[in-house]
Design a protein around this ligand. Structure first.
Ligand SMILES: Nc1ncnc2c1ncn2[C@@H]1O[C@H](COP(=O)(O)OP(=O)(O)OP(=O)(O)O)[C@@H](O)[C@H]1O
Ligand SMILES: [Mg+2]
Length: 320
């Protein structure tokens, strides 16, 4: 099966303000691939680099190093001009549908914007029929076309964002926590809709979430990130059945938290201690400061990610 997206040794460091030598190790040597029509779920605590990974793949950020292959073509070093045509193939949906839509624009102009940006049409009225059709496909109504974005609920706004992402008929969609900011009652609707589009259109998804419960039903494969590193990667069923990395086990043992406050703070009771600094990363395994199964070697030598069993990759000294 062909890879729609492949990332090889992707690195993205950010400079630290007022410091010449220090960097934020946001994404550090991450590799994975997603086959056409499949979904990779990417999970990990706040600040581990999930969004930076997606934003670098779609070239909002320029990678520090590494390769980003779209249908086999490396776009890591392409200029913004060269990226124009690639951008049609790949779109992103963001976490906050309030921040990603200008509330003072009408729906027609919002959905037409990508078409205009890519010189497909010149003004939104030219795509009236297409936009109306798109609105219905995302569960809104034709009549919504002249309404302002600020008139819509969070869930409806996310539907508008999905329409905007789909209007260019992309192959790949990077979904950065697309349901986290929505009411629980609406989350399933949006996920089911994204699933449906995937089936109908053969889309490839990178689906980011902060915990493993959210990606369970959408992912074919799951990758777990910790402090810029991919620490485990395997088929979705396998990660719930047989997690290997102590961090993954910790994420899984965190029971759903009924308190919205705790849920917002993304507390994982299965993992104690604070996440280490992405600026001064711990020596050896970055997780050793919190790991319950730590060995002496973990403080000194960084474990490389290796295939431990069929298609099951883990970066941990416990496995040889
Ligand atoms: N533009 C930027 N400039 C400097 N540092 C950044 C920038 N964007 C992200 N970072 C830093 O990179 C690290 C990874 O951030 P990122 O937003 O990718 O994490 P995340 O996994 O998406 O977190 P969350 O679950 O909260 O969305 C963090 O330490 C963050 O502060
Ligand atoms: Mg994020």
């Amino acid at each position: 099966m062909k890879n729609a997206l492949e990332v090889k040794k992707l690195v993205k460091y950010f400079p630290v303000k007022n410091s010449k030598n220090q960097v934020v190790h946001a994404v550090d040597n991450v590799s994975f691939s997603i086959q056409k029509g499949k979904t990779l779920g990417l999970v990990g605590e706040s600040g581990c680099g999930k969004s930076t990974c997606a934003r670098t793949i779609i070239r909002i950020h320029k990678p520090t190093s590494g390769e980003i292959l779209i249908d086999g073509e490396n776009i890591a070093n392409k200029s913004q001009k060269e990226l124009q045509s690639i951008r049609r193939k790949m779109q992103m949906i963001f976490q906050d549908p309030y921040a990603s839509l200008n509330g003072r624009m009408i729906v027609r102009d919002l959905i037409a914007e990508p078409l205009i940006a890519h010189n497909i049409i010149r003004r939104s009225s030219e795509a009236q029929d297409l936009i109306e059709e798109m609105l219905e496909r995302v569960g809104l109504q034709k009549e919504h076309i002249n309404r302002y974005a600020h008139e819509f609920s969070g869930g409806q706004r996310q539907r508008i964002c999905i329409a905007r992402a789909l209007i260019l008929k992309p192959d790949i969609i990077l979904c950065d926590e697309p349901i986290s900011a929505l009411d629980v009652s609406i989350q399933a609707q949006i996920v089911n809709m994204l699933k449906q589009f995937q089936n109908d259109l053969g889309l490839t998804y990178l689906f980011i979430a902060h915990d493993l419960s959210m990606v369970r039903y959408v992912s074919d494969d799951v990758g777990v990130m910790y402090l810029g590193k991919l620490v485990e990667l395997c088929e979705a069923v396998e990660i719930y059945r047989k997690p290997l990395h102590p961090y993954t086990k910790g994420l899984l043992s965190s029971i759903p938290i009924p308190s919205p406050k705790l849920a917002r703070e993304k507390v994982h009771p299965g993992i104690t201690g604070d996440i280490a600094s992405p600026i001064n990363v711990p020596t050896g395994c970055r997780f050793h400061t919190r790991c319950k199964e730590k060995l002496k070697v973990c403080e000194e030598i960084e474990p490389e990610i290796k295939e431990i069993s069929d298609n099951h990759y883990v970066a941990c000294h416990l496995y040889k």
